[in-house]
Ligand binder design. Structure first.
Ligand SMILES: O=P(O)(O)O[C@@H]1C[C@H](O)[C@@H](CO)O1
Ligand SMILES: O=c1cc[nH]c(=O)[nH]1
Length: 312
């Protein structure tokens, strides 16, 4: 396979840690409407609303990201005035939810790369307009594991596509552009060290993550509406992925990693595994157990945030 031609990246962060977006067209615009989160740099004072943000946490489901925001309130010792509740700042749009708890944004991204891509663009522009400094991005997700006890947590060191390539193909103006999906190894190690300190009764490890365009055939499942391959074909592919170092499969890490790299933002992907794909396809774990598992990546990122903010 020939090496991809990757565009130059990481030019976006200025010396003082602010995100200087390189898109020249943005500076010519009188107003920038962040359509899917119902905000704009003209109708909202984004510096006042978001200028202190240091961490942005993305996750697929709106309810999970609300629950994460609620979890952050006592953990970060945030006082919510009596009679007030957490407000979905993106309530003017019903596409995504967005909460702010102190210096943390908790935002949903929906399912799959196209949905994540839209919200990522708008969050990067939000962070830019707000003048935030040294912001770190996290994806807190769920996934199918490979050879792991369900409930294990994988910190992604490299996101690969369904062809096991460590970059994202993007079709722009009728041409394929490739963006490297490298993630920050230092951040991965910091997270792993924190996980080791937590002495949890589940495993947290660093491994490669395969990001697919589909939950069923894309992830070699036999239980979709369509399937033209055999159990043997499926196992051959999943074993190939395992031997390549892949430890979990989900649907957003490639774009998340590629865009973090492109924007020059430190980012990490942390996903709990809901099942072992070497053993099956259907997710049969009770909902209450999965809800508990989904808090595992959150717990790790909260430990990281508290450490950075000096909160005991
Ligand atoms: O972060 P979540 O749990 O939403 O991500 C995974 C990948 C797909 O979006 C979805 C499939 O069930 O779960
Ligand atoms: O198997 C799984 C489980 C969660 N999310 C996925 O994308 N795949």
């Amino acid at each position: 396979m020939s090496e991809p031609k990757l565009p130059t990246v990481n030019k976006n962060v200025s010396k003082d840690g602010r995100l200087d977006i390189q898109n020249p067209h943005l500076t010519d615009m009188d107003e920038d409407v962040l359509y899917h989160i119902a905000l704009s740099n003209k109708t909202h004072d984004l510096k006042d609303m978001f200028g202190d943000v240091k961490f942005v946490c993305f996750g697929g489901s709106p309810n999970r990201m609300r629950a994460f925001a609620e979890y952050l309130v006592p953990e970060l010792k945030i006082k919510i005035p009596a009679g007030q509740t957490l407000c979905n700042i993106a309530h003017g749009s019903d596409r995504y939810v967005l909460y702010k708890v102190g210096p943390v944004i908790s935002v949903s991204h929906g399912m799959g790369i196209p949905s994540l891509s839209i919200i990522f663009h708008e969050i990067v522009k939000l962070v830019h307009h707000a003048g935030c400094r040294d912001v770190v991005f996290f994806r807190l997700g769920t996934s199918g594991g490979l050879g792991l006890e369900p409930g294990s947590v994988v910190i992604t060191d490299e996101a690969v596509d369904g062809l096991l390539r460590p970059y994202m193909d993007l079709v722009i103006l009728g041409k394929v552009v490739q963006h490297s999906s490298q993630l920050d190894p230092g951040l991965q190690q910091e997270l792993l060290s924190l996980a080791n300190l937590q002495k949890d009764n589940y495993q947290t490890l660093v491994g490669k993550t395969m990001c697919t365009l589909d939950f069923y055939e894309g992830q070699a499942r036999l239980d979709g509406a369509f399937c033209d391959y055999t159990q043997k074909d499926k196992m051959a592919f999943l074993n190939q992925a395992y031997n390549h170092g892949i430890r979990n499969i989900e649907m957003e890490s490639l774009c998340f990693a590629a865009y973090c790299h492109r924007a020059g933002i430190r980012g990490a992907v942390i996903c709990v595994t809901l099942l072992d794909r070497l053993k099956g396809d259907q997710i049969t774990t009770p909902h209450s157990v999965m809800e508990q598992w989904q808090t595992r990546p959150q717990k790790l990122v909260v430990a990281y945030i508290k450490q950075k903010l000096g909160i005991q």
